[in-house]
Design a protein around this ligand. Structure first.
Ligand code: C2E
Ligand code: CA
Ligand code: CA
Length: 686
């Protein structure tokens, strides 16, 4: 509602107008009726007055005509003229002869045209003049003409007064009514309107509508009450809405479990912190702290314990890093983020990272159990590592992920090369997924030599990737990637297929060699692995004894009984099992005893420093002895020199493989190698 609303639209003004019009009309009607009645009365008065006057002079007039006394007649006539209203007076004989007469003109007044139609211009009275004794003899006539003006004037004066008083009454009544209305209705209405305008739409019950005094029990009172009830109800609904909104926003802004800010809230705060650091030209550190092995804790001890651990870590972090320089938030399941501003350089961030590690590392009691947790931290710095909030967080997250790959319970700073490493790895993953279809893989074969007979008794199949742009990619670079994203399953099957095909060809050519194929831990975890391998052998029509599978100790650590069962089935079918890289892992006898194993492969790192490094020599010796006592033949891998070969032969190692004999070779080169190697042997013997 606008403040300046027009006067003619106001209720009071309109009421006043209507009342006045009605009062005036009533006043006019009543006055008119009064005036009309008055006119009737005046008219009658006129007649009766004339009657009286005439009856007063009638006898004298009769005497005059009876005695034909014109003087007397004239006297009578003149007498009549003493009255203003008489206009013509005449006494005549019955034959019309005038005995006495007089006249004067009608009075000229401006209102004549109005009053003449009401009262006529003049009124004529003619009475026969008779004597009482001879009533039927008419002696003459008295004729008097009255001018109506004098009577009309008094009537008119009265009519004016009547009208004036009628209108005045109407006016007064109208005004009084207007004031009554104004006091009882329009003024309290306006006050209510003002009061309604003052209501705050945000908080309608803060200032309710005030009721003007004296209206508590009337319609206005009812209206104001109803309005106020409505306002209170609206305010109540609004409050409930606000509460609900608050709850929702609290839920989304804070992590329910730890009470720390959630990711979105944190990102807003981080953007502000970065801006502040930018203007102050300082350094800000962002560390992403991931609890190590949290998933397995969750699985082993249950989610409740997991939650308790997270709460404890959150409490410790907020207790330890309480000052306003720090912002702490929870990013995801087991990840916290800590921002520290106001740093002079990156080294200060290392202090904080150490404090955080110590904080997480303190043993905690979770459901009556002592639990020791560790964490791994990735640190990124503003402005040196990234200048935007999301990039900074991403860099720290990447750094943490990478740091976890190289162990637990430590922190690592972001370096631009890590970023590049991650990008390269992504690209490698994409290329790898296409490599099989593009036929970019092939196999090479490294001869395995019997140190006793000095004959080639088999070959290890090793994969090669000819990348279209990068050239030859070493398996150590792509096998871990393929294992991480699962493509190793397909690739491994292709290797097996290819190796079996090759073994079948060589057998056809008259040299039935044993082929060793590397089997990844991921492959062993596949449910169908046993049947897949047996089917492949069957398809290529190869006796199981001609296949050897190289597995590492780490392959069966995740699910020992499952791996053992599968290897047993394969071994029962006749397939040989070799433990690859033996000596680098746990080299646990307990595992080894459960395993259906025929060969131990001493890792090339021990052979490399054989006779140079005492420790390595001792390890190699131990493995050879272990093989003897467990009745397993030992394969030495990475034999590069004649000294190594000699020592191993002396020490009783049965088989060897290495550059000293041959690098891994393409099939045709391999065939040629076998030929010349055996020819040499024959020559030597000769
Ligand atoms: P590995 O199974 O221990 O294979 C032996 C590695 O040592 C091969 O490297 C071989 O070329 C190398 N080698 C052999 N003799 C010598 C030597 O005298 N001196 C030196 N310095 N090295 C020697 P390669 O071919 O690069 O393979 C590396 C690793 O990649 C393998 O280690 C194996 O774990 C994995 N790998 C290779 N092919 C396959 C495959 O088809 N499937 C799976 N799952 N893994 C494979
Ligand atoms: Ca191997
Ligand atoms: Ca090896």
């Amino acid at each position: 509602m606008k403040n300046s609303f027009k006067v003619e639209h106001r209720l009071g003004y309109r009421i006043f107008g209507r009342i006045l019009a009605i009062a005036l009309i009533c006043g006019v009607i009543i006055s008119t009726v009064q005036v009309i009645l008055d006119a009737g009365r005046v008219s009658k008065d006129l007649d009766s007055q004339a009657g009286q006057t005439i009856s007063m002079v009638r006898d004298a007039a009769t005497q005059a005509v009876f005695s034909i006394d014109s003087e007397l007649a004239q006297q009578v006539v003149d007498g009549l003229f003493a009255m203003d209203a008489v206009h013509i007076a005449a006494i005549t004989h019955p034959d019309g002869e005038v005995l006495g007469a007089r006249n004067r003109p009608l009075q000229q007044t401006p209102f004549r045209p109005m009053t003449d139609p009401i009262f006529d211009a003049d009124r004529t009275y003619r009475v026969p003049l008779v004597r009482d004794d001879t009533a039927d003899t008419v002696y003459g006539y008295l004729e008097v003409h009255y001018d109506t003006v004098p009577a009309a004037r008094t009537w008119l004066d009265r009519a004016t007064v009547t009208f004036a008083s009628g209108i005045a009454t109407a006016l007064i009544l109208g005004l009084v009514l207007y004031f009554v209305f104004h006091l009882l209705l329009t003024r309290p209405l306006l006050r209510i309107v003002h009061s309604v305008k003052a209501v705050d739409p945000e908080y309608p019950d803060d200032r309710l509508v005030t009721l003007p005094a004296g209206h508590e029990r009337d319609e206005l009172g009812l209206w104001v009450n109803a309005t106020n009830n409505l306002l209170v109800a609206i305010a109540d609904t609004q409050k409930r809405h606000r509460d609900a909104e608050d709850r929702v926003s609290r839920l989304s802004r804070y992590d329910q479990l730890t009470g720390l800010p959630s990711r979105d809230t944190f990102m807003d705060q981080l953007a502000r912190d970065i801006q502040e650091t930018e203007t102050r030209k300082g350094v800000l550190s962002l560390m992403v702290c991931g609890i190590d092995d949290f998933k397995s804790v969750n699985e082993q001890c249950g989610f409740r314990s997991g939650d308790l651990i997270l709460q404890t870590v959150a409490d410790r972090l907020t207790g330890q890093l309480g000052s306003s320089r720090f912002t702490i938030a929870r990013l995801g399941s087991d990840q916290f983020v800590i921002v520290e501003k106001g740093l002079k350089d990156g080294f200060q961030a290392a202090d904080t990272a150490e404090r955080v590690l110590a904080c997480v590392g303190r043993p905690m009691m979770v459901e009556d159990q002592h639990v020791a947790m560790t964490a791994t931290i990735g640190v990124a710095l503003f402005p040196s590592d990234a200048n935007k909030a999301d990039r900074l967080l991403q860099s720290a997250e990447q750094t943490m992920t990478l740091a976890k790959q190289s162990g637990n319970d430590h922190f690592q700073f972001y370096v631009a090369s890590i970023d590049q490493e991650i990008r390269d790895r992504r690209q490698l993953e994409r290329d790898l997924s296409q490599a099989l279809a593009n036929k970019e893989f092939h196999l090479v074969y490294q001869p395995q030599i019997s140190l006793e007979s000095r004959r080639v008794i088999g070959a290890e199949a090793l994969i090669r990737w000819e990348h279209p742009t990068r050239g030859l990619v070493p398996p150590d670079d792509f096998i871990p990637v393929a294992e991480a994203n699962g493509t190793i399953v397909e690739i491994g099957q292709w290797v097996l297929e290819q190796a079996c095909w090759q073994a079948a060809r060589w057998a056809d050519q008259g040299s039935p060699l044993r082929i060793a194929v590397n089997l990844s831990a991921v492959q062993i975890r596949q449910a169908s692995i046993v049947t897949d391998i047996l089917d492949t052998l069957h398809r290529h029509d190869i006796p199981a004894g001609r296949l050897e599978l190289e597995v590492t100790e780490t392959s069966f650590m995740t699910n020992l009984s499952d791996a053992v069962a599968k290897l047993h089935r394969l071994n029962k079918a006749g397939i040989n099992i070799a433990v690859d890289d033996f000596g680098t892992g746990y080299s646990s006898l307990t595992y080894l005893k459960q395993m259906p194993v025929q060969h131990l492969k001493i890792d090339k790192q021990f052979i490399r420093d054989l006779l140079v490094n005492e420790d390595d020599t001792r390890i190699a010796n131990t493995i050879i002895d272990l093989g003897k006592s467990l009745n397993l033949s030992v394969v030495a891998e990475g034999v590069e020199t004649a000294e190594q070969e000699y020592y191993l032969t002396q020490r009783g190692c049965k088989l060897a493989q290495g550059y000293f004999f041959s690098k891994p070779l393409l099939p045709s080169d391999f065939e040629r190698f076998v030929e010349t190697f055996h020819e040499q042997l024959v020559e030597n013997n000769v």
